[in-house]
Design a binder for this molecule. Structure first.
Ligand code: GLV
Ligand code: GLV
Length: 334
């Protein structure tokens, strides 16, 4: 029989339509919040699923899905998937790295500039009719050029941000990461490794670009914020759970941190009122990879992974971006 594929959200219809040549596709026509029971029901009859970060899939959701072989995430972060549970069931999980690296780095820089130079705040002030009160000291911000940029998490996106800072803005770039980059890579991106506390204390701007794991939960908490310069900017384009949002709101409200920008939140799509009330924070709705070209490319990569996981096409049996690739190597995949 033809494999059955469930597509969890509307993506790009013309791209997803390619699946119909090989599979019976059950698409989701409108944006939907699938709860655990709905996910279990949709996955029950599926051989493969194309999902987004809004679908949280673990043991309960796959318990009645005996033929499910692959869950292809449209996104690079996959903390929405319980990888040990999927691996234990022999289900391959894939993500979409690389295609979104430069686009996401662009957003990181856009948010940094917006927060440091108070772009959104200035726009609002102008629209609110305050220009008549303009003075020489209106909307004073912080420089990027010649400043020290800190990057926490030095994967592909972190490196792309380092290159922008070093080569484009003449910034001194410091980073901290679980593992240190080889010297030639450090040199290529123009970044120097420092320990976590030194990073916090010495940078003018800090970008968070690390994957969310239990160990990284609230790694930026009140104590970490207290180590940062009160003139500093904090930007989070990774995952909300990395930052203690209440501690951040408190630091911003009381002048212990100059400005911040968030693209990700602890409890999306809900944004805390304590953050919404602040003027010195820029808030975007998880749009890091949201350029038209990149979002299209992500869907294509996820589909290629999905088809390969279903044993179809040039990479049959070997999806390029398996995050639990050990399953395949050990012959333990379904
Ligand atoms: C988006 O946050 C992604 O992980 O791709
Ligand atoms: C994501 O691709 C990262 O490694 O930062």
């Amino acid at each position: 029989r033809r494999p059955r594929v469930w597509v969890s959200q509307p993506l790009f219809d013309d791209t997803v339509a390619q699946l119909a040549a090989y599979c019976d596709v059950v698409a989701t026509p409108a944006v939907t919040a699938h709860d655990s029971a709905a996910l279990a029901e949709h996955l029950a009859g599926a051989d493969g699923a194309l999902v987004t970060l809004n679908e949280r899939i673990g043991a309960a959701e796959i318990a009645h899905a005996p033929s499910l072989k692959i869950v292809a995430n449209v996104g690079v972060g996959y903390n929405n998937l319980d990888i040990p549970a999927l691996s234990a069931a022999g289900i391959v999980a894939t993500n979409t790295p690389d295609v979104l690296t430069e686009t996401t780095a662009d957003l990181g820089f856009a948010l940094l500039m917006a927060a440091a130079r108070r772009i959104v705040e200035s726009d609002r002030w102008l629209r609110e009719g305050h220009w008549g009160q303009w003075s020489f000291t209106t909307m004073l911000g912080a420089d990027l050029h010649g400043s020290t940029l800190g990057i926490l998490g030095m994967g592909r996106i972190g490196q792309a941000i380092a290159r922008r800072g070093h080569h484009g803005f003449g910034m001194k770039v410091l980073y901290h990461n679980r593992s240190r980059l080889p010297a030639d890579m450090e040199q290529a991106v123009g970044a120097r490794y420092v320990d976590f506390d030194e990073l916090l204390g010495s940078v003018d701007h800090l970008l968070l670009v690390l994957p969310y794991t239990a160990q990284n939960h609230h790694i930026i908490d009140a104590a970490a914020l207290a180590k940062m310069k009160p003139t500093a900017t904090l930007v989070n384009i990774a995952r909300g759970g990395i930052v203690d949002e209440l501690a951040l709101a408190d630091a911003l409200a009381h002048g212990r941190l100059a400005s911040a920008a968030l693209d990700v939140y602890e409890n999306e799509p809900d944004v805390r009122p304590e953050l919404l009330a602040l003027r010195n924070i820029v808030l975007t709705p998880h749009v890091g990879s949201a350029s038209l070209a990149t979002r299209r490319a992500m869907v294509q990569v996820a589909m290629d992974n999905l088809l390969a996981g279903l044993g179809i096409g040039p990479d049959a049996g070997h999806p390029a971006n398996a995050v639990n690739a050990g399953l395949l190597a050990d012959g333990m995949a379904r």
